[in-house]
Design a protein around this ligand. Structure first.
Ligand SMILES: *[C@@H]1O[C@H](CO)[C@@H](O)[C@H](O)[C@H]1NC(C)=O
Ligand SMILES: *[C@@H]1O[C@H](CO)[C@@H](O)[C@H](O)[C@H]1NC(C)=O
Ligand SMILES: *[C@@H]1O[C@H](CO)[C@@H](O)[C@H](O)[C@H]1NC(C)=O
Ligand SMILES: *[C@@H]1O[C@H](CO)[C@@H](O)[C@H](O)[C@H]1NC(C)=O
Length: 421
């Protein structure tokens, strides 16, 4: 049927769009694997998923520690603390050795990835870079009273102006960063409490009444990612009547809202594969795909899109997000339920009227009574870039956003045209 053809073409278009928008020019894991000196640092970048965050950004500098310098952190602190310490070594600006020695007035404060976590009051997320006498460059926390305890030792690699990798001789330690409590000690032990506070009371109640909260808790140590629909999401149109589901179906639906692995936002942004959920019981079953739009992450179930809203908690290896729609797996709710009258193809120019649609193909507006399902995500109105990225990367992304809608329009036109012939 014509409608489903348009939908499948739209889906194709959207997947293509998703692939294009997540292309990244570098792979930090790959680059560092060329030198065994950085094996410990590299391994922690992967365990904390900072590698994904680094790969999803451009115009950055990674200050790396060799295995010797890393030994003051490695194995001595919870993963969440090591993640904070390493986040301070990712500068959201591009410094090659030349620029390092040409800092105006010889000293500057630069934003780090730690600043983007929302856990960095004051100057905690900034690093002081100072050109010292004798060609030395020192690094330290920007919190006043901190010492410039780390020094630049050598350049590892540059991909101008995407990523620069420089070696320093010691971690940059901001006050309090090493003494932060491990997540299991507090907070995360009460998932439902966190969810209630985040405006997901309905979801929390369902987790408790179904017992699925136990399944979530059982995976916490290995890693847990939760996509919690807000109370608004449960009230919105198109949410099926959950009282009509069997107990087993409710369990599957709730398990579908979590992953048995730690996937923070940076990892979702760079993700290209389909993701298994706790409900997955066979290849390709109950899985999710992702796409991005600017700084936003959109989850796709096959039934409809849902946007990542807030990060309730991100403490390695647990991350809890709120999402704006209940995630409806195709296994329970079918593909594209109640397809609406043929979509006026989203903002596509009318194809040349060489041949009008045959009456059989012509969409009948009477046929489908329920309201149109949300047309899968449109790239229009891509939100502005993260406020922390530098001007340079903003300009690049801006250029991308100009081109993307044009591509989208072209493909939608193609879709619309193929419907007619
Ligand atoms: C830099 O990053 C952009 C955007 O991700 C990419 O298109 C470009 O190829 C990269 N440049 C290099 C030299 O890798
Ligand atoms: C980056 O490189 C590592 C090691 O070569 C590889 O395992 C990984 O899949 C790569 N990641 C991406 C996103 O290509
Ligand atoms: C960086 O630290 C040095 C030494 O503490 C200090 O003199 C300098 O003013 C700081 N730079 C900035 C930009 O605050
Ligand atoms: C979890 O938090 C909720 C709400 O704050 C509270 O009612 C509940 O007793 C807590 N559960 C545990 C096990 O601490």
């Amino acid at each position: 049927m014509a409608v489903s053809r348009v939908f499948s073409l739209l889906t194709l278009t959207i997947s293509l769009f998703a692939v294009i928008s997540t292309v990244s020019g570098h792979n930090i894991t790959q680059i560092l694997s060329e030198s065994p000196d950085y094996s410990s640092f590299n391994s922690y970048l992967s365990q904390t998923k900072l590698a994904d965050e680094i790969n999803s950004r451009t115009t950055i500098t990674v200050l790396v520690l060799n295995n010797g310098a890393m030994s003051s952190l490695a194995g001595k602190h919870p993963l969440s603390v090591i993640k904070s310490a390493l986040s301070l070594l990712v500068l959201l600006d591009y410094y090659d050795p030349l620029k390092l020695h040409k800092i105006s007035k010889g000293t500057t404060l630069t934003t780090t990835l730690y600043q983007t976590t929302g856990n960095a009051p004051g100057n905690l997320g900034f690093v002081n870079v100072t050109d010292l006498k004798g060609g030395k460059v020192g690094f330290g926390s920007a919190v006043s009273g901190s010492k410039l305890d780390s020094s630049y030792t050598k350049s590892v690699k540059q991909i101008p102006y995407n990523i620069s990798i420089l070696e320093i001789d010691a971690p940059i330690i901001a006050p309090g960063i090493l003494t932060a409590p491990a997540p299991s000690a507090e907070g995360i032990s009460n998932i439902t409490g966190l969810l209630e506070k985040a405006g997901c009371k309905t979801f929390a109640k369902l987790l408790v009444s179904s017992g699925v909260v136990k399944t979530y808790e059982s995976t916490v140590e290995k890693g847990l990612t939760v996509f919690a629909p807000s109370d608004e999401a449960f009230k919105s149109e198109g949410v099926p009547d959950l009282t009509k589901l069997t107990q087993a179906e409710v369990v599957s639906l709730l398990e579908y809202h979590a992953l048995a692995e730690y996937k923070p936002k940076g990892s979702l942004k760079t993700n290209k594969d389909s993701i298994s959920t706790l409900a997955t019981n066979g290849a390709g079953k109950y899985d999710l795909t992702t796409s991005t739009s600017g700084d936003e992450v959109i989850l796709h179930t096959g039934v409809g899109p849902s946007r990542l809203a807030d990060t309730v908690v991100d403490e390695t290896p647990v991350v809890i997000f709120t999402v704006d729609k209940v995630l409806l797996p195709t296994e329970l709710f079918g593909k594209s339920p109640s397809p609406a009258p043929a979509p006026e193809p989203v903002s596509a120019p009318t194809p040349s009227p060489a041949k009008s649609p045959s009456p059989a193909e012509a969409p009948s507006p009477v046929a489908a009574s329920p309201p149109a399902p949300p047309v899968d995500d449109s790239p229009e109105g891509a939100p502005s870039d993260s406020p922390t990225s530098s001007e340079d990367s903003k300009a690049k992304n801006a250029a991308f956003h100009v081109n993307a809608p044009a591509l989208f329009t072209a493909l939608v036109t193609l879709a619309a045209t193929s419907l007619l012939f």
